[in-house]
Design a protein around this ligand. Sequence first.
Ligand code: UT7
Length: 332
Amino acid sequence: MTPSNPTFPSVLLTASGSYLPQKIVTNDDLTKTLDTSDEWIRQRTGIAQRHIAAEDELTSDMAVAAAKQALNMAGLGADALDGIIVATTTPDDTFPSTASVVQRKLAATGFAFDVQAVCAGFIYGLDVGDAMIKAGKARKILVIGAETFSRILDWQDRSTAVLFGDGAGAVVLEASDGGENSAENWGILSSVIFTDGRFRDILYVDGGVARGQVGKVKMVGPDVFKHAVEKLANGLDQAMTQSGLGAEDIDWLVPHQANDRIIKTLQKKLKLPDERVIRTIARHANTSAASIPLAFDEAMRGKQIKAGDVVAFEAIGGGLAWGAAIVRVGRP
Ligand code: UT7
């Protein structure tokens, strides 16, 4: 939540970057090995294709590529950062954190850690970064969402294999300093995060340290769908209330790209026309923690979203973990 106390700095979202692996796998490609069809996948999800990481491509590699673009857009060197937060559920290794690896590859200093909230990870990273800057613990933080979900998919399971893709997106958070880049009602206006562990069993990976193997994604899709519609609407409501803005003030919805039918429901709730919703699901599929910053960066670079626009983010994933944020983007 954004305190109204003026002694807290505004936390500006000043820049973004993204990266997609070169290899594209279409729905038709998947029909060669799975009992599925392009028609089913498009109709039930909105997905037409996904990008898949090369064999030697790691989550940290994609994160670094997105980070470099974001730093470039912000006009900052990596040495200007106080910290790096990487949202991922597909780290290079169990430890160290992928953020540590990214720090090393960028030759940055300061703190670096991962947050693990699966598809909601980017909102969690934003929420934590916002809180750290408001608390005076940092002034410039890179928040990255990066995933190689292709490595935790059961490619024989048509109910999950068709849904996900790989990629990375990054944003730069900067404290406004009370000088010329400070203005009221800019930056992260609100963010909310929630977890309900009772629903752990409807979306999880059946592996990890305890089982001695990496494991594969398991999902009860229709159950997750129902929770997504209800919980994302509630999360958005709470984020809007805390920001002091209403649905009529939202310029853009940049939703988690899991299913176009979920996106449509939320779009209807905010009464936003198609031109105000950023959709990358057809081309990117669900890239988990990377999906929002990837979509956001495309819209920033495509000059759809401009400085001063109010953007609503929302996401839900395994945990269940979900969240939403309202941000007036760019520098004043
Ligand atoms: O990012 C994390 C959050 N994740 C989500 O938000 C995902 C939420 N869930 C969903 O998006 C949807 O539930 C899915 C896209 C996963 C599934 O769509 P659905 O409309 O809920 O389908 P369903 O699971 O109820 O399956 C309907 C039918 C079944 O066949 P029967 O039992 O009716 O004969 C499935 O076996 O579709 C079948 N099916 C498929 N058919 C062709 C399931 N997957 C496929 C497939 N191709 N890939």
